[in-house]
Ligand binder design. Structure first.
Ligand code: XMP
Length: 323
């Protein structure tokens, strides 16, 4: 019988057997898959696992803390956090082209991760033989197929790390679908915010700023995004929305009037979509009151934003993300 309990017991036994007295490394992205994979392996081999979290500075408000504090508290995992935000910002300086940004972020991510890996091996010795990956069943089926969005945009995520031949892979989620992974995560006692997290791209907010990525713009977008998420959650819409990218049009300005004066600020785009698998999507018909609340709050609370617009494009022709 398929139960989350059985899946966990089976995987724990298999991982223990596989790893023996060796050690493993797992990259955490803040997402569901890597978190559940890490929690499973942690349950199996405890302190023989070291997790790595690369903070690229492109996460949304509170997400890094969620990994550093809540995930660690829930699992007791040994975590190495690398604050690489300065490095990513420096590498992204002056870059506006979406594909260029994706390449830079992916490249820097791999470099930082490999460096962290090398440090762990230096600390812990040659027993570090395994790399944990949060590969799901649909990824297994899709890989090699070459269909879908990966053709259109160069995707980056923690699952896309270089397959370093020196490592043997542990992929405890290989037979599971996303909803099953969430159930397993819940059973393992992971925080709700991580288990129910909607899809979020590996390159993070870096591809939700149309224009150059700067620290100031990131801070501004983080505020707007936090407001939108807060209001969507408060309205009970999380389950009905697949995801809602919040995008800063940093290269666009429009005239507004706020308080006593004329403003010349930036628009924020709301992109709520419904979807089954992200291959196609429809724009979500959100209640006007919720949109009104988000718009009022963002324009009142976020400096330099004087306009909020709603994206009413389905996919195709629009992709879910703007870059
Ligand atoms: P698009 O914009 O192509 O996005 O319609 C489809 C889905 O993929 C997510 N996305 C990414 N996920 N790394 C990821 O892990 C990426 O580089 C990436 N780019 C887009 C996007 O949020 C949506 O769920």
């Amino acid at each position: 019988d398929w139960t989350t309990g059985n899946v966990i017991d089976e995987q724990v036994a298999a991982i223990r057997e596989l790893v023996g007295d060796k050690r493993a490394i797992c990259g955490l992205s803040g997402g569901v898959d890597s978190a559940v994979a890490a929690a499973l392996v942690q349950k199996a081999i405890g302190s023989q696992l070291t997790c790595v979290y690369v903070d690229h500075g492109l996460m949304r408000k509170g997400e890094t803390e969620q990994v550093e504090k809540d995930f660690v508290a829930a699992t007791g995992v040994q975590l190495k956090v690398v604050d690489a935000s300065e490095r990513f910002l420096a590498a992204l300086k002056g870059v506006s082209d979406p594909e260029e940004k994706r390449k830079i972020i992916g490249r820097e991510f791999i470099r930082v991760f490999e460096q962290a890996q090398a440090e762990i091996i230096a600390d812990e010795g040659p027993a570090v033989e395994f790399l944990v990956q949060g590969t799901l069943y649909p990824d297994v089926v899709e890989s090699g197929g070459g269909t879908g969005t990966a053709n259109i945009k160069s995707h980056h995520n923690v699952g896309g790390l270089p397959e370093d031949l020196e490592f043997k892979l542990i992929e405890p989620l290989r037979k599971l679908f996303k909803d099953e992974v969430r159930m397993v995560g819940q059973e393992l006692g992971l925080p709700e915010e991580i288990v129910q997290r909607q899809p979020f791209p590996g390159p993070g907010l870096g591809i939700r700023i149309v224009g150059e990525v700067t620290r100031e713009r990131l801070d501004l977008l983080r505020e707007a995004d936090a407001i939108a998420r807060e209001e969507l959650t408060a309205a009970g819409l999380d389950r009905q929305i697949w995801q809602c990218p919040v995008v800063l049009l940093a290269d666009v300005r429009s005239v507004g009037v706020q308080g006593d004066g004329r403003t010349y600020g930036h628009p924020i785009v709301l992109r709520p979509v419904s979807s089954e698998d992200a291959m196609t999507a429809d724009w979500s018909r959100l209640p006007y009151e919720v949109l009104a609340k988000i718009s009022t709050r963002i324009t009142n609370e976020v400096r330099d934003v004087n306009r909020v617009v709603l994206d009413v494009t389905s996919k195709p022709p629009g992709t879910i993300e703007w870059e």
